[in-house]
Design a protein around this ligand. Structure first.
Ligand code: GAL
Length: 466
């Protein structure tokens, strides 16, 4: 119940934000003259109904052409899952050519800017990676850059195998707009068991942030970095959301994103979270800003230079996948994991999905890509390598690691809240304002009060706070 309540809160916020903040999106997009006209919903439905499976297959085979798919799954631990899904796509649709338009940079740091430029030039890829939640609804749907997928959902029965709580996060006015391929967990703390042991720290020693800081003092005394951090691109915000959730708890975190917020951005709870964030930063590596992405920070843990790293469970793929993309490490021996301090029983989630753009160059090819992304086969190939679990509820757990099997259980039993860093809870414009405030704070982490003032102002300028 609690889980549903929290997600419902996010959904209502999402809908209100989309309606109030970014204009009311129409149910069907209006293609401009420069764009390839897409079949209307009615046309597609009539076509689907009139066709036998054999005819559909024949049409698919004949579709051909290039299908350009845009993501940020390039680097170690990121590329393997995509490659597995592409392999299935190419085997199923030999007449079509998958064009990998991925742009490197964790969490889409660079990719999103490149995509925005392409979209403003009316040159969309055939599909792109979009996070379920506000990133999709308040951005691409509101700007009418993506087509509704009612027919796709109807013909594939996809909605029947998705968690009921996920569908509203990719829907507007009852129309689904993207195809979720996974569920990732943001609140994982990866650690090196050997570094912990040498410093006299056990896994019982970091259940709360205060415990964690005490453990850090021991690790520091043993000559190691306690908490490895990557460059500012997204890793600082990723750490911030986890410290905030671990300090505030699930309800108060979700309360920051309702309209109006039920958690006061200028209040004592947020202040306590920021104080913990300030302290957590004091235990991080001084070279964080010089690292190329999240992977080198995670690797500091497996190399034994740092004890902990807080990162989403794509890090599992990086640690465990075979070379050359993965480090081929042994779970529990070379690396281990726990929920981030204060988040036991909470699952901070995000979901990667793919869209059908208005004005794409290969409508059928894109639908074929979405068919693979939605399929059991596609998701069972992609997710074990990606470190995520299927968005579908019917994947076979035995195809997954012990880590992911536990994540599957937690996903259904924990209190689920949305990630800010990865697009769930806030419109991208608001997230950018928070990011600006955060980056300013990183230049002088003594200025906690200024940071809090800037966060409260960001909520106001978003229009969510009065
Ligand atoms: C997230 C994305 C994940 C993973 C991560 C690191 O935003 O949802 O799939 O790619 O960034 O790049």
């Amino acid at each position: 119940m609690k889980k549903l309540y929290l997600l419902a809160g996010i959904v209502i916020t999402a809908l209100v934000l989309a309606a109030c903040g970014a204009g009311t999106p129409a149910a069907t997009p209006a293609p401009t003259e420069a764009m390839t006209p897409a079949p209307t919903e009615a046309m597609t439905q009539a076509m689907t109904e009139a066709m036998t499976p054999a005819a559909t297959e024949a049409m698919t085979q004949a579709a051909g052409g290039q299908v350009e798919v845009f993501s940020w799954w390039v680097g170690p631990g990121e590329a393997d899952g995509l490659a597995a899904m592409v392999k299935i796509f190419q085997a199923k649709y030999p007449n079509e050519t998958f064009v990998n338009a991925a742009v490197a940079g964790g969490a889409g740091t660079n990719a999103k800017a490149v995509l925005a430029t392409r979209l403003s030039a009316n040159n969309p890829p055939d599909s792109w990676q979009a996070h379920a939640g506000q990133e999709t609804i308040a951005n691409y749907v509101a700007a009418k850059q993506v087509q509704p997928l009612d027919d796709f959902y109807k013909s594939t029965g996809f909605a029947d195998v998705l968690p009921k709580t996920l569908i509203p996060l990719i829907s507007q006015d009852g129309h689904p707009y993207s195809v979720p391929v996974n569920i990732h967990r943001s609140n994982v703390m990866w650690y090196n068991p050997n570094v912990l042991k040498a410093a006299g720290v056990t896994s019982a020693d970091f259940k709360t942030w205060d415990d964690f800081f005490a453990a850090c003092d021991k690790i520091k005394a043993a000559g190691k970095t306690c908490l490895s951090l990557g460059p500012e691109g997204f890793t600082a915000m990723h750490l911030w959301e986890n410290v905030m959730i671990g300090t505030l708890g699930a309800d108060k975190w979700s309360g920051l994103w309702t309209t109006p917020p039920t958690t006061d951005w200028a209040g004592a709870d947020v202040k306590a979270g920021l104080a913990n964030y300030q302290k957590a930063l004091s235990y991080t590596n001084s070279n964080a800003s010089t690292l190329s992405d999240w992977q080198p920070a995670s690797k500091m843990v497996s190399d034994g230079d740092a004890a902990f790293n807080i990162m989403g469970d794509w890090a599992y793929g990086y640690f465990a996948n075979p070379a050359p993309n993965g480090l081929a490490l042994k779970p529990h021996t070379d690396f281990d994991w726990a929920p981030t301090p204060g988040t036991q029983g909470i699952f901070v989630f995000l979901s990667d999905s793919f869209v059908l753009p208005v004005g794409n160059k290969n409508q059928q090819g894109t639908l074929d890509w979405l068919t693979v992304a939605a399929s059991k086969e596609g998701q069972e190939a992609f997710n074990p390598l990606k470190g995520s679990i299927c968005a579908r509820t019917d994947c076979d757990p035995s195809k997954f690691s012990e880590y992911s099997q536990n994540a599957m259980k937690d996903w259904t039993s924990d209190t689920v809240v949305g990630s800010l860093t990865h697009g769930v809870v806030a419109a991208p414009a608001w997230q950018t304002k928070i990011d600006t405030a955060l980056k300013l704070f990183l230049t002088d982490p003594t200025k906690v009060d200024d940071f809090q003032t800037a966060l409260a102002a960001a909520c106001k300028s978003d229009g969510t706070c009065k």
